[in-house]
Structure formats: structure tokens, C-alpha cells
Design a protein around this ligand. Structure first.
Ligand code: ZN
Length: 417
């Protein structure tokens, strides 16, 4: 491979991935607007026309915004790589910090800052204009700023030592450095998962033990029935930032917690909350979490092996606008360029995720109540203004969850709905 050929391959994939994304967003936008006039028959009894049209308008606004973000990010990526942005930042970092790990850290920190500043207008618009227009945003400017400061400090405290260690391994540990770096990344990921519920999440939200005695009883009975041990059931003040509702598990092993957004507990009946929890338990019981982690770490190993090979080539750096190869530039260029090549295959991961959602629904219908899960889900679709009429191709690529109509049809098919 020559640098020139690699540049052309990169441009071809960048154009292909960007056009594919823009096309899918446009299809979704048109499909949702074409179905705006009437509530789909399956939902006509539970969802009013107003709510359906709000969901269509919300989806359309998000798609229009997504198209601009996609185009902007493609331009930035081209400027950072082919335009010589990374090469320039790398040279500047070396001038300031000499060679070796300090220069690498300066480059990565500098790029993160530049990127953060360039994407700030987008997150401001998404939060204070788009979400606010549909009544979802609860973030005050003060919360926005504290969130940004906290996550920057947290990212620096956790990320910089990790990157320093990986840069050191890349330079000092021989030809198998990528294997050691992978092991460090896995260990780091597991450690963050272990401390997330008790040390990280509380920096951003308040968690209070579930107070509602009847709901608590119902949940404990379900946990007993499923043989599931957790380190407590908590309600999170999700309404501090958004009126979207949700439920999730966090941590693993003994630090595992069940977390409900306050908005979910307020709007769903106790039986519906139980059914939503049963769905989440289904992900554990059907071993989805372990499978996801194994896939992620397995793909991570392949990715690092590929980087191990690419780091020692010269076409890779020159092809992406960096004249003088450096360890940190290899790391950055690789992870910036990678999504351009993987996006066309994203539908494979989404399809796997949707299969798991069906399985978790099936589990919930077995141990809890399928019709309560349906009515709970319909409330969530309505209150989150999630569209009931997605474009099938857009859904194929992007949706981690099956479209509402298919998901509910599958639940009804289990004979309990
Ligand atoms: Zn799920």
C-alpha cells in the first residue's frame, strides 16, 4: 500500500459512510412525516393524534439536526486528517513538550480540547433549542456548565493516566505491545464498571433508595422469583436533566444496582414498572451482558492487533496527513479513521442488539406480565415522543431496540399480551 492509495481508499470510505448516513436520516425523516397524519391502528386506542404528531415533529427535528452534525463531523475529520490538522497539532505538541509520552499526552489533550470547543455549539443547540422546543430539556445553564467541568475533570483524571500507560507500552514493550495495551484497556473497563455506581454516577445525579413500599415489595418478590441478587433498588433524579424516562442496571458482581429514573416511577403503574424491570433482568438471565462484553473485548483485540500492524507502516501516517510518524498520532489517527470503515457494517451490531431485546421481552412475559410491559412501553414511547413509524432501513442500521409495532406484536404473540 502506498500513502496515495490509502488516502484515496480513506476518501472513498469517508464519502460512502457520510452519504449513507445522510441518506438514511433523510429516508427516516420522510417516512415519519409521511405517516404523521394518523396514529397506526395498533396504537390508536392508547395514543392520541396530538402525541403521535409531536413524536413525528420531534423525530423530524432530530433528523434535520443529525444531517447537519454528520456533514460537520465529516468535514472536521477531513480537516484533521487529510487537511493536516493532526500533523500540525502533533508538531506543535512536540515543540512544547519535547518527544515521548509528554508530547503524546499534550497532543491527545489538545485534540480533545479543540474537538470539545468545536462541538460545543452542537450540544448547546441540542439541549437548549431542540430538546427545549419539545419540552424535554430540564438542564439549566448552571447544570450544563457544572456537568461540563465535572466530566472534563473526570475524563482527565481517568483518561490521562490510561493514555500515558498505553503510550508507554507502545514505545517500550516490544512487538506485542498491542496485546498488553488490550489487557490494560480490558482491566480499566472492568474497574470503571465496578466503581461507576458508587463513585462516578453520584457525581452527576442523586440516588435515593426506592421509598414506595408497595412497589418495593413487588420488586423484591420479582427479584426473589428470578434468583437475582442486587445491591439495592434506587431512584435517580433523571428529571434534573430531561423528562425522558428510563430504567437500567449498573455495575456488576456485588456492586450491581437497579436504577429507575424518577420520571419512570411517577408515570408507570407498579405492575408496569415490575414488567420493565423484568425485561432488564432478562438481559442478565439470557446472558446478554456477558455476550456483549465478550464480543466487545474480542473485537477490541482484533482492533488492537490491526493497530499493532498499522503503527509500523509509513503509508498510514502520510496517507492521513501526518508527515512525521509518532506513537500518539498513530493512536489518534487510527481511532478517528476507524468508524469511517466500520459504519457500513453497523447494522450487524444493531441486529444483534434487537435480537436480545426480543429475548428480554420474552423473559419479561414469562416471569412478569406481558400486557403490563406493552402498556408500560406504550407510555414510554408516548412520553418520550418516540416515533411509532420508523423507516425500516434507518431502523436496520441505527436501532438498538426493535420498532414499537414489531416489538409489541412479538409480545402479543407470546400469548400473554
Ligand atoms: Zn432491553
Amino acid at each position: 500500500m502506498t500513502a496515495h492509495v490509502f488516502s484515496l481508499v480513506f476518501i472513498a470510505f469517508l464519502v460512502l459512510s457520510t452519504l449513507l448516513q445522510l441518506w438514511l436520516k433523510t429516508r427516516h425523516l420522510r417516512h415519519v412525516l409521511a405517516h404523521r397524519a394518523a396514529v397506526p391502528a395498533d396504537f390508536a386506542s392508547q395514543i392520541e393524534l396530538d402525541a403521535h404528531q409531536k413524536a413525528a415533529d420531534y423525530t423530524a427535528a432530530k433528523m434535520r439536526f443529525a444531517r447537519i452534525s454528520i456533514a460537520w463531523e465529516a468535514l472536521l475529520l477531513a480537516a484533521f486528517t487529510l487537511g493536516g490538522g493532526i500533523g500540525w497539532l502533533d508538531a506543535t505538541a512536540r515543540e512544547l513538550a519535547g518527544t515521548g509520552i509528554w508530547a503524546g499526552l499534550a497532543l491527545i489533550a489538545g485534540l480533545t480540547l479543540v474537538n470539545g470547543v468545536l462541538s460545543l455549539p452542537f450540544s448547546l443547540y441540542a439541549t437548549f433549542v431542540l430538546e427545549a422546543r419539545f419540552g424535554f430539556n430540564k438542564v439549566t445553564p448552571a447544570v450544563f456548565v457544572t456537568d461540563m467541568v465535572k466530566s472534563t475533570l473526570l475524563g482527565a483524571a481517568l483518561g490521562l493516566p490510561l493514555i500515558a500507560l498505553i503510550l508507554w507500552l507502545m514505545e517500550a514493550s516490544g512487538s506485542l505491545w498491542w496485546l498488553y495495551a488490550w489487557a490494560v484497556w480490558v482491566a480499566f473497563g472492568l474497574a470503571v464498571m465496578a466503581i461507576y455506581p458508587t463513585f462516578i454516577a453520584p457525581l452527576f445525579n442523586k440516588f435515593t433508595p426506592l421509598a414506595d413500599a408497595t412497589l418495593k415489595q413487588r420488586i423484591d418478590a420479582l427479584l426473589n422469583k428470578c434468583g437475582f441478587a442486587s445491591n439495592g433498588v434506587f431512584v435517580m433524579d433523571g428529571s434534573k436533566r430531561s423528562s425522558h424516562g428510563n430504567a437500567y442496571f449498573t455495575g456488576f458482581g456485588k456492586t450491581k444496582r437497579i436504577v429507575f429514573f424518577d420520571t419512570l416511577v411517577e408515570r408507570l403503574t407498579p405492575l408496569e414498572v415490575e414488567a420493565v424491570l423484568a425485561h432488564e433482568l432478562g438481559h442478565y438471565k439470557r446472558k446478554h451482558i456477558i455476550k456483549r462484553m465478550a464480543t466487545m473485548y474480542g473485537l477490541g483485540l482484533l482492533t488492537m492487533a490491526l493497530l499493532g500492524y498499522i503503527k509500523d507502516t509509513s503509508w498510514f501516517y502520510a496517507g492521513l496527513g501526518v508527515a512525521v510518524p509518532s506513537t500518539a498520532a498513530a493512536l489518534i489517527l487510527f481511532f478517528l479513521a476507524l468508524p469511517v470503515f466500520t459504519f457500513p457494517f453497523g447494522w450487524i451490531a444493531s441486529r444483534g442488539s434487537r435480537k436480545h431485546e426480543y429475548e428480554a421481552d420474552e423473559y419479561a412475559a414469562e416471569v412478569s406480565d406481558g400486557s403490563a410491559l406493552i402498556s408500560g412501553l406504550v407510555k414510554l414511547y408516548r412520553d418520550n415522543a418516540a416515533t411509532l413509524t420508523p423507516d425500516p432501513l434507518h431502523s436496520l442500521f441505527y436501532d438498538s431496540h426493535p420498532p414499537a409495532a414489531l416489538r409489541i406484536a412479538a409480545l402479543r404473540g407470546q400469548g400473554r399480551g
